[in-house]
Design a protein around this ligand. Structure first.
Ligand code: GLY
Ligand code: MN
Ligand code: MN
Length: 447
């Protein structure tokens, strides 16, 4: 499906200049702190497959994508000097094996001084002569791509850029709303495919067709899990064989718009009954957590609240017994839900900066016993993050409780019932507001 079905370029044309103004101010501060005069941002180089002559799918440097919506143009450079129009050195290789990149067009190029080059050596002509005043940001695998710039990815500069990236501009928020709408189109198609009894493979294909993404365009590999497979947190297969009986479906799949991602999970029961009731109850639990989101809240506290809610839910469905405190302290809730409640979202699905206490590189570690919590900061207005509680039967973890007080709290026969359904995760993408949040995902499902 064409991207224009999800977003209107004329809206972006209005918002994009202010996005660049924020970005320039952020880079001005970062350059000043680094004591540098220019930043050169490399889009990235193609990576060849060992012993062969083709490349892995290209993944652009997120710093590059934050400036402009080019996600599939290797070997390009942005050069920014405070107070000047940013330069885009646009690499347009004359290569008859591939399609030559078309000239930049759309709502953004008139904000740049675009310089088209046809060989990589021509890039040097556009770089500031005083290389010692330059900082280079990007993944450099070949010295030649650094053009004698010695300062590559300095922490002084990256700390500011990574810390501040969590707060989105109006332009970014519009792209992310569209990414949610795009993802939801796929989720609807996937739900229909599940109801029709299709295999994981066919559900995945229906999803990709609906969002208009190839596998490589997706922000992360779709998790399309029937029955027990829902218990594998990053289940990576798309089984072509249909199970003899289909009981449940967990889908974690997103979409991209102009480089910005959505990251959405839903879980469904095939039939009415107790698992359907558990999914509904879990959806309510997820919404209760979303209702807590507001600026000033510590995400660690929200993560711990999630465990308290899970500890209250397990006895409701006869899966475990014990007080809320005991079920947490003995590691029972952690065995049912070993991942964090959520993470920052943006150009990267797990956007960088989730553990940063400030813009100088101070780290806020996850609390002890919760090593996979990717976001430990205090919420700020216009941050976008996921809220994704889960509960699963992961035998590898539940078996670790053997011989501990937690083991006796779990009802093994009820666990046997849930095992056949795998697990549940509900994941929304929310924008933090003062006193609340905007739920990008639910808004898209409601539209
Ligand atoms: N899709 C990966 C995650 O939810 O974090
Ligand atoms: Mn997520
Ligand atoms: Mn996800």
């Amino acid at each position: 499906m064409a991207i224009s079905s999800f977003i209107d370029d004329s809206t972006l044309a209005v918002l994009y200049p202010a996005h660049l103004t924020s970005l320039r101010a952020r880079h001005d501060r970062a350059l000043e702190r680094a004591g540098a005069g220019h930043v050169v941002i490399f889009s990235g180089a193609p990576r060849g497959v060992f012993l062969d002559d083709y490349n892995y799918p290209f993944k652009a440097n997120p710093h590059f994508v934050s400036w402009l919506p080019l996600t599939d143009t290797p070997l390009c450079y942005i050069i920014y000097t405070p107070g000047e129009t940013p330069i885009l050195v646009y690499f347009q290789e004359k290569d008859y094996w591939h399609v030559t990149p078309e000239n930049p067009r759309g709502y953004w190029p008139d904000q740049f001084d675009v310089r088209i080059v046809h060989t990589i050596n021509d890039v040097a002509k556009h770089l500031p002569e005083a290389r010692e005043k330059c900082v280079l940001i990007g993944e450099i695998s070949d010295e030649a791509q650094a053009f004698s710039i010695d300062r590559v990815n300095p922490g002084t500069m990256l700390n500011i850029l990574h810390y501040e990236r969590s707060v989105k501009t109006s332009y970014e928020l519009e792209c992310m709303r569209a990414a949610s709408r795009r993802g939801v189109t796929g989720h609807r198609a996937a739900f229909r495919a599940f109801k029709a009894g299709k295999s994981e493979f066919d559900i995945h294909l229906d999803y990709c067709r609906a969002v208009g993404h190839t596998e490589n365009d997706l922000p992360y590999g779709n998790i399309v899990a029937l029955n027990e497979n829902g218990a594998v947190l990053h289940y990576q297969h798309h089984a072509q064989q249909k199970p003899a009986e289909i009981r449940s479906f967990l889908i974690d799949a997103g979409a991209r718009v102009n480089g910005y991602a959505s990251d959405i999970t839903r879980t469904y029961a095939k039939e009415d009954g107790e698992f359907a009731e558990l999914v509904e109850r879990f959806d309510q639990l997820q919404l209760e957590l979303v209702a807590e989101v507001q600026s000033g809240l510590s995400f660690i506290d929200l993560h711990m609240l999630c465990h308290r809610k899970l500890a209250a839910l397990l006895p409701e469905f006869g899966l475990a017994q014990g007080s809320v405190d005991a079920l947490i302290e003995t590691g029972v809730t952690q065995a049912f839900c070993p991942h964090g409640l959520g993470h920052l979202l943006g150009i990267q699905v797990h956007d960088i900066g989730g553990h940063m206490g400030d813009d100088t590189g101070t780290v806020i570690d996850p609390p002890s016993g919760h090593p996979f919590l990717r976001f430990t900061r205090t919420l700020e207005v216009d941050q976008v993050l996921t809220i994704e509680p889960g509960m699963y039967v992961i035998d590898m973890l539940l078996n670790n409780l053997a011989g501990t007080p937690g083991h006796a709290m779990i009802n093994q026969s009820k666990l046997g019932w849930l095992r056949r359904y795998g697990g549940i995760r509900i994941e929304d993408n929310v924008r933090v507001l003062e006193g609340g949040c905007e739920n990008l995902t639910r808004d898209a499902f409601a539209a």
